[in-house]
Design a protein around this ligand. Structure first.
Ligand code: IPD
Length: 262
């Protein structure tokens, strides 16, 4: 049984997804000049966050809030907060690449208890609630059963624009590549996590990531039977700014390789 909160989250994600898809078609059809595309996408992003905030705030006015565009706001209920990335994969969106998503999570007492990720371009809706499993369009998700590193595919985000986490990520890649079947960088962290939950990737790690990028995906992977931790293994993962996750069989070997470089 889906909770009332989950219904609210799904409604908000679908509504924002519809708004974003309209804007995305304009980007795809190049009705937006390359010069104006950045501003156009920021407007699309802000509008999606407004839609989500209205829906969630109307339904649960006392919860706190953390959104990529509008920042943090305390709620009357200090134990619960929504964590929202209205458009994860902004750069893909800007370039007309159909790999981006809406991400909405609910945190209770420092733990993510529900998550929705909506890949509107592919019409894939990922949902998970604590104790109720992970799902995509009504189909139960399980992490992959792969047991050999050499058969495994991992995903990451490669820090751009001179970020300080780039050298460590390049060292991670150097250490991991000889032992696995490949590393992907598709450009939307929420979907990287959803794909681990769906068994498409065998693991994912990233350095220098934000709370809203990973919050919903954390519960998806956990409810699909995988492991999710911060690279240093301390505190709530969603606030750690780095993450490593994977299927049951390979997690410790994979995380060991990443942690050896920390
Ligand atoms: C970004 C994407 C990307 C990840 C970056 C994030 P945004 O989120 O998730 O995959 O590598 O670290 O900032 O900016 O598109 O919401």
């Amino acid at each position: 049984m889906q909770s009332a909160n989950m219904n609210v989250m799904i409604k908000a994600a679908r509504k924002a997804g519809r708004s974003l898809i309209k804007d995305f078609r304009e980007v795809e059809n190049l009705q937006v000049s390359v010069k104006g595309a950045g501003d156009f996408v920021s407007r699309a992003d802000r509008e999606a966050e407004r839609i989500i905030k209205d829906e969630l705030r109307n339904a649960r006015p006392n919860y706190g809030w953390l959104g990529e565009e509008t920042g943090a706001e305390d709620g009357e209920d200090p134990t619960r907060r929504w964590i929202v990335d209205p458009l994860d994969g902004t750069t893909n969106f800007l370039h007309g690449l159909p790999h981006w998503a809406v991400s909405i999570a609910l945190e209770h007492k420092g733990e993510i208890v529900a998550g929705v990720i909506f890949d509107a371009a592919k019409d894939e809706l990922y949902t998970a609630e604590k104790g109720n499993g992970a799902w995509m369009n009504g189909q139960r998700l399980r992490v992959s059963g792969r047991r050999q590193m050499i058969e495994a595919i991992f995903a990451t985000g490669i820090p751009f624009g001179g970020r300080s986490t780039l050298p460590a990520t390049l060292r991670d890649l150097g250490a991991l590549m000889p032992f696995c079947a490949g590393v992907r960088r598709f450009g939307a962290a929420a979907l990287d996590l959803a794909y681990v939950a769906a068994g498409r990737y065998d693991g994912y790690w990233e350095r220098g990531i934000s709370t809203w990028d990973v919050a919903a995906g954390i519960i998806l992977v956990r409810e699909a039977g995988g492991f999710v931790e911060s690279i240093r293994g301390d505190g709530p993962v969603q606030d750690a700014r780095n993450i490593v996750c994977g299927n049951t069989a390979l997690f410790s070997e994979f995380a060991g390789i990443i942690r050896a470089r920390d």
